[in-house]
Design a protein around this ligand. Structure first.
Ligand code: Z5A
Ligand code: MG
Length: 212
């Protein structure tokens, strides 16, 4: 008996410095896929609505303090809380466009000086993205965009360290896009690649797991 592979959704992650345009592009890409008739959802991490998410939100707003390792593990737990739902959605054919994921976890915590491998460890076994899109922008240019400086990590010196951490994480499977272009221009660059990834996942290749 030959078992047909089930078409599945794609896990597509957007990463980049603060103000690189992740949220703008994620929501545009999710709308684009839905307009084309694909089942797609927009997700983001941290998910501030869960119990861990509320603790994370208070930490980011500077209304609570936490040990660096403790907050790192909370960010990871916030993803693990969503693991089974994430896999269920993918397996039933829904594509997830995810605004930040494990790479943010490692980039921000290692920028504080925590060991790189230690930072990766708690996310071992989470679903691995089928595509990582990196919105590339200099820390200086990002800082010139709106509302910078409200939350804990939104400071130029720290963002420079985060940029270095992202460089250490990147490999050539990532799609790196010049995020200093206009919002429309960036979106146009992303559309075909995202569609290609969605079509590829419909072939039913199994979901892989971090870290690849
Ligand atoms: N964090 C962590 O430490 N560990 C983890 O595991 C995770 C996260 C998952 C909260 O993230 C913080 O948590 C974050 C990392 C840390 N650190 N900080 N700070 P967040 O996702 O909630 O952060 P945010 O404030 O919602 O998003 P953002 O990253 O700062 O921005 P963005 O989503 O990349 O950009 P945007 O909201 O789409 O655009 C920002 C502004 O720029 C807005 O006014 C846009 O209209 C404008 N914009 C966007 N694109 C363009 C272009 N192309 N040209 C001109 N202007 C543009
Ligand atoms: Mg955002």
């Amino acid at each position: 008996e030959v078992k047909m592979k089930e078409p599945r959704g794609a896990l597509i992650v957007l990463e980049g410095l603060d103000r690189s345009g992740k949220s703008s592009q994620s929501s545009r890409l999710a709308s684009y896929l839905k307009e084309k008739g694909y089942s797609a959802e927009l997700w983001r991490f941290p998910d501030r609505t869960t119990d861990t998410g509320k603790m994370i939100s208070a930490y980011l707003a500077n209304t609570s303090q936490m040990d660096d390792r403790c907050i790192h593990l909370l960010f990871s737990a916030n993803r693990w809380e969503k693991r089974s739902l994430m896999e269920a959605k993918l397996k039933t054919g829904t594509t997830l466009i995810v605004d930040r994921y494990s790479y943010s976890g490692v980039a921000f915590s290692s920028a504080k000086g925590l060991d790189f491998q230690w930072c990766k460890a708690p996310d071992i076994g989470l679903p691995a993205p089928d595509l990582v899109i990196f919105l590339d922008i200099s820390p200086e240019e990002a800082a010139r965009r709106g509302e910078y400086g409200v939350e804990r990590y939104e400071k130029l010196d720290f963002q420079k360290k985060v940029a270095e951490s992202y460089k250490a994480l990147r490999d050539n499977s990532w799609m790196v896009v010049d995020a200093s272009q206009s919002i429309d221009h960036v979106e146009n660059e992303l559309r075909d690649k995202v569609l290609e990834c969605v079509l590829d996942c419909q072939k039913g290749n199994p979901i892989s797991h971090l870290w690849l």
